[in-house]
Design a protein around this ligand. Sequence first.
Ligand code: ATP
Length: 483
Amino acid sequence: MVNNTQQFQDIISHCKEYGFIFPSSEIYDGLAAVYDYGQMGAQLKKNLRDAWWKFMTQLQENNIVGIDAAIFMHPTTWKASGHVDNFSDPMIDNKDSKKRYRVDHLLEAHADTLSETEGKLLLEEMDNLLLNNNYEGLKKLIEKNKIVCAVSKTCNWTEIRQFNLMFSTKIGSVADDADLIYLRPETAQGIFVNFLNVQKTGRMKIPFGIAQTGKAFRNEIVARQFIFRMREFEQMEMQFFIKPGTQMEWYAYWKAERKKWLEELGIPAEKLRYHNHVKLAHYADAAVDIEFEFPFGWKELEGIHSRTDYDLKQHQEFSRKKIQYFDNDLGPDGKPIGNYTPYVVETSIGLDRLFLTVISLAYREEKWTKEDGTEDSRVVMKIPAALAPVKLAVLPLLKKDGLPELARELLKVCKPHFHCFYEEKDAIGKRYRRMDAIGTPFCVTIDHQTKEDNTVTIRYRDDMRQERIPMSAVKDKILQLIS
Ligand code: ATP
């Protein structure tokens, strides 16, 4: 769906202006649906990833361990998982030139030749048809718009067929002998193929989980919503291995647990909702999305899927290696339960979508009337303090009189504990605004009084309140506020 909200455009511009997100290889006019995280964005993204990792691998009562599998995997992995056969999007051939096009590319190129409004309407119609898998409608749309092949210049098209979303490349030094391999479209399979390795070496007892964060790649067809849908993105997934028959219990558990975590991260409950899948994937016996109200509407942020024993069984069949778990627990007959293929409940969230969630909520344009009756305004990123890329700005009021030296003393104490920023240029008001724009929750100003009584002014981003505190109390105060 084409997004046109002003607020969303403002967020995108702000992200670029303040070093959160840049279009990829921008000096070459960018690459569609690929983005780079800048100096502020990379740190915020890391803080989000760390928060998820800690929740999964450190704070759980249940045993969950983390791994870091490679992006490249043996090609058979993707046959076993079903991605080679089922992970696809529509394409069309021209019967005269025999040239093949992706349906969305063809329509997008045509939209570029139309007026802005007409182009936008066409793309909206296309997106709706694509999302509903309406291939007949898409072909009619191509014909109605009299779109011709660039080579044959004819409108003689085949029916629309599927196009696989996986990116492929070749491994090996000699092109002829090289094998076709894929860039993983999800991180989950790296966990399934390592199930036995982790279970055996970690002596893991069911129920247990394996967590992983990492890049995934999809040649997405509808990719026009900033970092919401990218061709290269990052996932944070956890596969929870359980006894067959207990899946509905664990599914309900993770569904609740994951929503609770999102709320604890600072996302208001009313901005989150569950959306049950009506059409289930072939491997799932239950699936739900946690949706967030993005500036362009309610959309999936995280998925919780009960994946049965499908993946492990598929890998067992394709690898011809026994992938089972021996359960020592006693069954109703008083004997050990024995061997079975574990069932899996998975939680899967896009790190980039979580980033977009956090910045959509944080971005504010505030206006107010000052005491002298004049108007004032600011753009502020109210990122939760625990997640903010920079926690503390240390600002000497002047560049002289020993104030920078005092500021450096404070920095030396604080830097080992959290990210600090030092700035001595420009008027203090201007410096505060710059810190608001990147979401720095606390600023400390060093002035002449600091030299006399060792106190500083701490200024709070959210309500702009200021108070005087001893310089020696700054570090502990901030540590407490960001914990
Ligand atoms: P969608 O329906 O939006 O395409 P999906 O159902 O294909 O998503 P999953 O395969 O369940 O997504 O992937 C799990 C999570 O990974 C999603 O909830 C989302 O947060 C994230 N994700 C998936 N595709 C992308 C993408 N192209 N760009 C960014 N994040 C993505």
